[in-house]
Ligand binder design. Structure first.
Ligand code: SF4
Length: 254
């Protein structure tokens, strides 16, 4: 169970900065933007091309998480980021913020950092040091909410030197269709949309993804059905055709 995160597939979350700009249909009901709007009251939003991103005031205690993982002989997954996009190339994001993130990844070898982006094509320019020497505990992910984004981001993701790659096909808003073998990642997470304005996902879209992952030997995690709120989503359970899919890739010991 996540310690500082309600997200099923991670133990912790880590936001080096906060703020972003919407880029694709998966952003339509961005929970982070809504969270920011609620918390900022009269102050300026951090969302949009003209909005300034801000450095996170309270840094997570990565040292503590790392030590605990070592003590328990487990690996903790650290999702980065839930309130930003690490591939965001906005001018207000300062180079040292990115350098600190990479330094943390290299320093805490008992943690697997799950870098998820809707802009994987920006990674080479933004993180040249990662490109030169990509650590095995940096898993790189791309959001693939429909076929168009799967093809576009999947290709950019496959071009990166990360050894473990993943897709977050969530919220799934369209059929991904046949997946080109050359862009298949190491892991696929999928699920329906949550919130009052959730979009309906056809169960066959999930089935197709499940079956293609099974045929290719790719671990598959079905996180949730769609719903207005957590109560409704929990009531629907996590089964897809009577089976809970909780696949994860095998971490590569650093
Ligand atoms: S990329 Fe993520 S954080 Fe940024 S607007 Fe889209 S959903 Fe929100």
């Amino acid at each position: 169970m996540a310690e500082n995160s309600g997200i099923e597939w991670t133990h912790h979350t880590y936001n080096p900065w906060i703020g972003c700009t919407r880029v694709s249909p998966a952003c339509d009901h961005c929970y982070a933007e809504a969270w920011d709007r609620r918390g900022m009251q009269q102050k300026q939003s951090r969302w949009g091309p003209r909005a300034t991103r801000t450095r996170t005031k309270t840094r997570p205690n990565l040292r503590k998480w790392d030590r605990k993982a070592a003590e328990l002989s487990v690996r903790y997954r650290v999702f980065c980021a839930s309130l930003a996009d690490i591939g965001d190339n906005h001018r207000s994001i300062e180079a040292p913020w990115r350098r600190d993130l990479v330094a943390d990844i290299r320093a805490y070898q008992n943690l697997d950092f799950l870098l998820l982006s809707k802009r994987p094509q920006n990674m080479p320019k933004l993180y040249p040091d990662l490109m030169e020497d990509w650590p095995v505990n940096a898993w790189m992910g791309a959001s693939t909410e429909n076929r168009e984004e799967m093809l576009r981001r999947g290709e950019a993701l496959a071009a990166l030197p990360a050894q473990i790659t993943f897709w977050s096909a969530e919220p799934l808003v369209g059929d991904l269709g046949p997946i080109p073998q050359e862009i298949l990642p190491s892991w696929v997470i999928t699920g329906g949309e949550s919130g009052a304005q959730y979009r309906h996902a056809d169960p066959d879209w999930f089935r197709s993804l499940r079956d293609q992952c099974a045929a290719a030997g790719v671990p598959f995690l079905f996180k949730q059905w769609e719903g207005r709120d957590q109560k409704e989503i929990k009531a629907k359970g996590r089964e897809l055709d009577g089976v809970i899919h909780d696949g994860y890739p095998q971490p590569l010991a650093a």
